[in-house]
Design a protein around this ligand. Structure first.
Ligand SMILES: [Zn+2]
Length: 389
């Protein structure tokens, strides 16, 4: 890979013909059209999020004469360049000089570029940037791109995969799933955590259709001119969840809906009955893990481990142990009711407190409460034999 360091390119030249696409959240061109700011393998512009703190910091650095770091261009042709690293900083500069956002002056007043004192405008436009122009094969450039971290915010996994497998497939995927203007995002956000800009919906869509093998799937479909399979599968999962569960609860966000769809979508559910069950479990103070409610219901309301049901506290267990043991001794029988009914040597055995476990007399899943009244101590062997109720 060949590199040349350029030290005389100014902010003014870079921002010549700057275009920012509000819809896609991308800085598009600069350097009088010779520079593509956001090639496909670059992520969306994210410096404007968090109230724009990062893009403001870029402008303040320039005004103070601080360096804003090295910028890398990929030379794709004579007079044609793409930004490899520095896209966020260049977009910040371009957006500022085109009055897309303001900074605060010494008196705390908002100032847009065209309203600034001329000497300050000149200072920004005349600032020279340190730019490396690189020339190499696509794979050299991509390999190298994979290893760098963009100043401040490292690329996340999906952003890296988008870079590595850039092509028509990724372009279409991002247009559908990484476009924060897509009206479906709100609906998807009920079930998926994250943001469109950081590729979280695109990542989930790929994860579901590929059953977790995103990289492999992307490499096989890299040159596809459609994303039909991804989209169809994704919509099937979302439609399924939203029709089985008519309630939208916070705990639904980020669950493994792809896996749950695969496991349960052939079962029939009555959404009205499901809703009653969901509400009942939400109102149950013994359910500690609300995230488990959905899979618990899908699986036929049997696997109480998913709910992490609250267990008996120590004081309750000790008092039940004491009264049970006292009564057993008086009858000359074991303090484990199950042992007492048996015919082996344990039928009169008095177990120690630490040799016993608490059990719900009336099973929790059938409405039994976690109170002393519904508590029974069993020897460990008999409690485990009863299994998970
Ligand atoms: Zn026993």
């Amino acid at each position: 890979m060949k590199t040349i360091l350029k030290i005389n390119i100014t902010v003014k030249e870079i921002c010549e013909g700057f275009v920012y696409n509000e819809l896609e959240g991308k800085g598009l061109f600069g350097l009088s059209g010779k520079l593509t700011i956001q090639p496909e393998y670059q992520r969306n512009y994210i410096y404007a999020s968090d109230g724009g703190k990062r893009e403001i910091a870029v402008i303040e650095s320039v005004l103070k004469g601080y360096p804003i770091g090295l910028i890398y261009f990929n030379k794709v042709d004579e007079e044609k360049f793409e930004v490899l690293d520095g896209q966020q900083r260049i977009t910040s500069l371009g957006r500022f000089v085109t009055d897309k956002f303001a900074i605060k002056d010494e008196n705390g007043l908002e100032q847009y570029f065209t309203g600034m004192a001329l000497d300050k405008q000149r200072k920004i436009l005349g600032t020279k940037l340190l730019i490396y122009e690189c020339e190499g094969t696509e794979s050299e450039i991509k390999e190298w791109f994979k290893t760098i971290n963009i100043v401040g915010i490292p690329l996340n996994n999906q952003e890296l995969l988008n870079a590595v497998y850039s092509g028509p497939f990724v372009t279409l995927g991002k247009a559908e799933f990484s476009n924060s203007q897509n009206a479906n995002i709100q609906k998807w956000s009920a079930y998926i955590k994250g943001s469109a800009n950081r590729q979280h919906f695109w990542e989930r869509a790929l994860d579901w259709v590929s059953k977790g093998n995103i990289g492999d799937y992307m490499s096989r479909h890299r040159y596809d001119n459609n994303i039909t399979e991804v989209k169809t599968y994704f919509n099937s999962v979302i439609d399924w969840v939203s029709s089985v569960f008519i309630d939208v609860e916070n705990e639904m966000r980020g669950l493994e809906w792809g896996r749950l769809y695969e496991t349960y979508h052939k079962e029939a559910y009555d959404p009205a009955k499901v809703s009653v069950k969901v509400q009942k479990l939400y109102g149950d103070p013994y359910v500690k893990n609300r995230k488990g409610i959905f899979e618990y219901i899908l699986g036929g309301s049997t696997d109480t481990k998913l709910l992490n049901v609250r267990v008996f506290d120590e004081a309750t267990k000790k008092s039940v142990y004491a009264s049970q043991t006292k009564a057993a001794k008086a009858k000359g029988k074991s303090n484990c009711p199950d042992c007492a009914m048996g015919h082996d040597a344990n039928k009169s055995k008095i177990w120690g407190f630490n040799e016993m476990e608490a059990d719900h007399v009336s099973a929790w899943s059938k409405g039994g409460e976690t109170t002393a009244k519904n508590c029974e101590m069993l020897c460990i062997r008999h409690n485990r034999a009863k299994g998970n109720r």
